[in-house]
Every structure is written in C-alpha cells, then in structure tokens.
Design a protein around this ligand. Structure first.
Ligand SMILES: O=C(O)CCC(=O)N[C@@H](CCC(=O)O)C(=O)O
Ligand SMILES: [Zn+2]
Length: 343
C-alpha cells in the first residue's frame, strides 16, 4: 500500500475493507507533523504524536458490523488525522471491529463479538470463527497500546466502544458503565459523555464479556459502551444527530485538556440494572411490542418475557427495558431491566 495515498486521502477504513491484505504486514510511518502512524492489521491504526500529552485514548466502532454511525464518525476522524487536517496531541488507537460483518450489513457473521472479550474468545468447546479470532486480536491491540503508553510515561487511559442500538430509545444516546468492582463511578466521565450528547447511564452490577468491561477491568481505563442512536445502513445516518459526539471526540484527541461544563446531576438520568434475563429456551418470547423503545417502563408485576419453565416480571414499579432481543443465542442476554438510581 502506498503510504502516500493514505496520507493524501486517508482512506484507511475503505482499504481495510476492500483490500485487507494490504495491511496483513504491520507498517509504520511518520507524518510531517511528527505523528507516528502504526497499522498493525486491517482496521487497526494508532497515532502517536511526537510529544504525547498524557492520554491513551481507544475508540472502537463496528464491533457490531451494522452499527454504522460510529464507524462513519471514526472513519472521518482517522481521515482527518492521516491527512493532517487534525493533529493528535494524545495517543489514540482506532479499532474498526467486525469488517466482514460491515460488508454484509449484519450485526455479526457467526457470533456476537461483544460477548467474546476477557478471554471468552478462547473458552468453550474449541470453536474457532472469525469473530473469536478478531476479538482476541482486538484485545491484544488494546493491551499493546496501553503497555507502549506505559513505557512512554502516559498517565491516563480511556476507551469508548461506540455502538448504535437495534431499537429506538426514549433516551436516544446512552452509555453502559461497566462494573467497577466497588470503585466509585466517576462523574467527570459522565460530564465528558454529556458533552458528547449522552445524558443517560446504566451502571453495571457484574462482570461481563463486553469490550468496554475488558479495558476497564484489565487496564483501569475509563471505559464505556456508548449507544449513539438507532442502527441504520451506511450512508443513511442523519449525521446532524451526531455533531456533539463528533466535535467532542475531535477535541478529546486534539486538545491537551477538555473544558467541560460543571457536573449537574439534574442533567443526567442514571439507572442501575435490576435484572439480567438470559434466553435459555428456543421459545423465549418478549411480551411487549417490537417497537417498544429502550427505557420503556412497565408497572410492577407486568409479565415482560417468558419461555418454557420461566416467566419474567417487572419487580418494581416503573422498571424499564433495555436491549430486548428474543433472537439472541441460547444462554445469552435477551433483556436488561433497569430502575432509576443516583450516584
Ligand atoms: O440494541 C441492542 O439490543 C444491542 C445494542 C448493543 O450492541 N449493545 C451492546 C451493549 C454492551 C454492554 O452491555 O456494555 C451489546 O449488546 O453488546
Ligand atoms: Zn452494538
């Protein structure tokens, strides 16, 4: 691959998708502004400024291949960095997760990649598929990036894993804060995400095999799964709905420190998870309409879902649903229920 073409047009993602073999061999080059660019695999690219200012930032998108708005936001940011329209002042690693699923316009090819982190890619009965191989490679890319940052004296780590949701949502932009094993929730992070247009937060209460939990738990990164809107095909996102997140990510990468509005708890809706309901039977079904949005709430005692041998009810008045999906693989999470809380 001609490095000159990458510098001129910045088409890293489209090349990764169309001609992944270009990036089978790792490559590195330096931009005129002194930024070191390292490409270690298709869809995996990092930028290290000549004098990095302390933050090691990971931005992942496309862990689900049909969640295109975050992919388009990150693609534009990578193009701006490669063409030097923007100069990074912090180290930043971009991960475009599931390239084959992007081509199919599907959430995944064989298996949900966002259930394969923290080593889950290598557990189970010897199953190997492209999502497992890729999840392991993504974990390794994060580990290498943060360890290199350590050797450069970098002092801060964050990881925003950007998604869009299958359903509409009463609160369009929301974020899942991975379980922190008793460490305090950080309001500065809520402030940052609020600047991205996210005003709703789900506090997780247990370890998971998601990408954001991996970076949070293994590397102490401030990490979130961020839901930016509703799934739409490439080119069909209303990009105007993403201006705040786009501008805030550009600022995060290019400014030494962000100036954020003061934390105001009244700005935020915070929920804690009340129930994690897994599908255990073929006949698992949801007892509300397909177009019920995320955060729709139900009266105490309402039957939310059922399957042979089990019924699942709202346990509290106003318990709300998030990520309902009756079609998940057996054994996987089919529904979260949440209730309001404060931090
Ligand atoms: O809309 C949906 O049902 C799923 C959207 C999505 O991909 N959400 C993530 C959340 C991960 C987390 O809980 O941190 C997922 O299900 O992987
Ligand atoms: Zn997703």
């Amino acid at each position: 691959m001609s490095v000159e073409l990458l510098r001129k047009h910045g088409q890293f993602l489209s090349l990764s998708r169309q001609s992944p073999a270009h990036f089978d061999t790792p490559q590195a080059f330096t931009l005129d502004n002194g930024t070191l660019v390292e490409i270690t695999a298709p869809g995996i690219i990092s930028f290290t400024p000549g004098t990095p200012k302390g933050k090691d930032i990971v931005l992942s998108s496309g862990v689900h291949g049909n969640e295109t708005a975050p992919i388009e936001i990150c693609d534009e940011l990578v193009q701006a960095l490669l063409t030097q329209q923007l100069t990074a002042c912090h180290r930043v690693l971009f991960l475009f997760g599931n390239l084959p699923a992007m081509d199919l316009g599907e959430r995944f090819v064989e298996e949900n990649m966002n259930r394969l982190f923290s080593g889950a890619h290598s557990s189970g009965p010897g199953l190997i598929n492209q999502e497992r191989v890729r999840a392991k490679a993504l974990e390794q890319a994060v580990a290498d990036f943060y360890r290199q940052g350590d050797s450069l004296g970098q002092s801060y780590r964050c990881h925003y894993d950007l998604h869009t949701a299958i359903r509409g949502s009463k609160n369009e932009k929301f974020a899942v804060y991975p379980f922190r094993h008793g460490q305090p929730w950080k309001t500065t992070q809520l402030q940052f995400l609020y600047a991205c247009g996210v005003n709703t937060f789900l506090l997780s209460n247990s370890p998971t095999t998601t990408f954001s939990y991996y970076s949070s738990h293994q590397f102490g990164a401030d990490a979130f799964t961020v839901e930016l809107g509703k799934v739409a095909p490439f080119g069909q996102n209303e990009m105007g709905r993403f201006t705040q997140v786009r501008d805030t990510l550009w600022a995060l990468v290019s400014q030494p420190a962000l100036i954020l509005p003061e934390y105001n708890p009244d700005d935020m809706l915070v929920y804690k998870i009340n129930q994690i309901i897994n599908r255990t039977q073929e006949d698992f079904r949801l007892n509300f309409p397909d177009d019920a949005p995320n955060f729709a709430d139900f009266p105490k005692g309402y039957l939310l879902a059922e399957e042979t041998g089990a019924q699942y009810f709202a346990e509290q008045e106003g318990e709300a649903i998030v990520f309902p999906n009756a079609k998940v693989a057996i054994g996987q999470r089919a529904l979260l229920t949440v209730v309001p809380t404060r931090i």
